[in-house]
Design a protein around this ligand. Structure first.
Ligand code: FUB
Length: 308
């Protein structure tokens, strides 16, 4: 049999995965995901560990298994939800929402010397407001060295991370982004805008992007949308729909990366056999930016071509 030149979606076919978070490091793309267990507890998201997969060509993937889990976080009990990883000064930081043993969601940090772990818990929550909002962290280190951690459902919030990546500027504290229609469009989530959850924050050609899962007016399932800003802390301007609800399940979750000259949107659906809102699978689509930095709607697709 010849070498594979195309990888069909979903990327991972032997377990259910969700909440993709790509990280390019060296010549490799690492893909961190959550893991929907086959057996549900309490008929709800049943998620206990975070997984890592890697590729050099978008077609051949290596499974690195569970690289961090609830068992590693003494103060957490359930909900190993959407993570994101980043490297700084040779260390890797994995930001992970979890449910605390004493109630409420919070953001944990796993630390490792390797992108494929194992990750060791910081020992206490990094962000802990004790409410539903402390989920779905997205991290980005700007050119001037300032690192930002955005997160939140139903509001978008952020902290300025200190250089150690495991603490934040307490004087500035947790900043609440103004949830306006100019920033996030009219929608049906609790703030009256379309912003839902799952923010993905990055910069490209001097423009800051906030991609997120969104609730359109009168719609049941999440679509993906984006906003842009000239500054890392806004104000944000709504950019448009990035991926429609069609063919999806209740949630979707974006992860964006430029890799070897190609741009990719990672997302999730329920398209693996047995799929459902609690049994999701991570997919990827290649896309391109318009010259002015805008992005057209990206279709859910069959998969991607091999790259060099
Ligand atoms: O996977 C659990 C939660 O569902 C995530 O934190 C959200 O983004 C949504 O995908």
């Amino acid at each position: 049999m010849g070498e594979k030149s195309f990888h069909e979606n979903p990327i991972i076919k032997d377990i259910y995965t969700a909440d993709p978070a790509p990280m390019v490091y060296g010549d490799t793309l690492y893909l961190y995901t959550t893991h929907d267990e086959d057996e549900l507890e309490n008929d709800f998201y049943t998620m206990k560990d975070w997984r890592c997969f890697s590729t050099k060509d978008m077609v051949n993937w290596t499974d690195h298994g569970a690289i961090f889990s609830l068992d590693d976080i003494e103060w957490a009990d359930t909900r190993a939800w959407a993570p994101q990883a980043v490297e700084r000064n040779g260390k890797f930081y994995l930001y992970c929402p979890v449910h605390k043993k004493d109630g409420g969601m919070a953001i944990a940090v796993g630390i490792s010397d390797s992108p494929i772990g194992p990750f060791k818990d910081l020992g206490y929550p990094l962000v802990d407001e004790g409410d539903w909002n402390d989920i779905d962290p997205t991290v980005f280190i700007d050119d001037d060295g300032q690192a930002y951690l955005y997160f939140g459902n139903p509001e978008l919030r952020y902290v300025l991370l200190n250089e150690d990546m495991i603490s934040y500027n307490k004087e500035i504290g947790i900043v609440k982004v103004p949830m306006t229609e100019e920033a996030f469009a009219k929608g049906s989530h609790d703030t009256g805008t379309s912003y839902g959850e799952g923010p993905w924050f990055y910069k490209r050609n001097g423009l800051y992007y906030m991609v997120y899962a969104a609730f359109g007016v009168g719609r049941q399932n999440e679509h993906l949308a984006y906003s842009t800003s000239k500054n890392p802390t806004g104000p944000w301007t709504y950019g448009g729909v990035l991926m429609t609800e069609e063919g999806g399940v209740f949630t979707n979750h974006p992860g964006i990366a430029d890799f070897k000259g190609h741009s990719y949107l990672f997302y999730h659906t329920g398209e693996l056999p047995g799929g459902s809102l609690f049994h999701r699978s991570v997919c990827v689509a290649e896309f391109s930016y318009n010259e002015d930095g805008t992005i057209d709607v990206i279709d859910k697709c069959n998969g991607v071509e091999k790259i060099d």
